[in-house]
Design a protein around this ligand. Structure first.
Ligand SMILES: Nc1ncnc2c1ncn2[C@@H]1O[C@H](COP(=O)(O)OP(=O)(O)OP(=O)(O)O)[C@@H](O)[C@H]1O
Ligand SMILES: O=C(O)C1=C[C@@H](O)[C@@H](O)[C@H](O)C1
Ligand SMILES: [Mg+2]
Length: 182
């Protein structure tokens, strides 16, 4: 039987990486990690505090350290929900590509805005015009998500459970296809 690799979810803020990651880890019997949560636990402080005290650069350093430690400590047994900006550093992208199945959860800017509007936990969106910020980030990052991901799953107009099932089906089909050609 094919061993199911580590599953790593990428995508913009509000795509549902944390929500869907937790659901699919339960179905797959894998450990669930949320990169933002690991960064916060390691720092003993929340993301807004890290941005305020250390700037985005400080946060990105912590993000790379946390990513390295998670991926290298748990071989083939994890589902990892990343933060929206993980693709902004080449060294992170190299880690993501190393022996994991990367899934891009796509959400339109309108959905990203709707889903992130109830929280003040994302420092990059504490601007006068979060829609414009999300749009700008999306223009830069969408090609990077597509480049690193093997599977792309559309999440607009779908309930989280239905997105999770779609991700699980796509992973299953992908692994079956890989087995049949090897
Ligand atoms: N498919 C969906 N349909 C409707 N709401 C959703 C869906 N997926 C997630 N949500 C909701 O959107 C909000 C943001 O989801 P979540 O925190 O999982 O996003 P994220 O991709 O992890 O964002 P971030 O990059 O900021 O960590 C949550 O309130 C969640 O319940
Ligand atoms: O899109 C981003 O750059 C971010 C997304 C969040 O998940 C956090 O990682 C942080 O707020 C930065
Ligand atoms: Mg998240």
């Amino acid at each position: 039987m094919t061993k199911i690799p580590n599953i790593i979810l990428v995508g913009p803020m509000g795509a549902g990486k944390t929500t869907i990651g937790r659901l699919i880890s339960q179905s797959m019997g894998k450990h669930f990690y949320d990169l933002d949560k690991v960064i916060e636990d390691n720092a003993g402080a929340d993301i807004p505090w890290i941005f305020e005290k250390e700037g985005e650069e400080g946060f990105r350093k912590r993000e790379t350290q946390a990513l390295e430690s998670i991926v290298h400590s748990d071989t083939n047994d994890l589902v990892l929900a990343t933060g929206g900006g993980v693709v902004m550093r080449k060294e992170n992208v190299d880690i993501l590509r190393d022996d994991a199945l990367v899934v891009y959860l796509y959400a339109s800017v309108a959905q990203q805005l709707y889903r992130t509007s109830k929280s003040t936990h994302r420092p990059l969106l504490q601007t006068g015009d979060p829609r414009a910020t999300l749009k700008k980030l999306f223009e830069v990052r969408d090609p990077l998500y597509r480049d690193v991901a093997t599977l792309v799953i559309e999440t607009d107009a779908r309930h989280p459970k239905s997105v999770a099932n779609k991700v699980l089906d796509a992973i299953k089909r992908h692994l079956e296809m890989e087995t049949s050609v090897s």
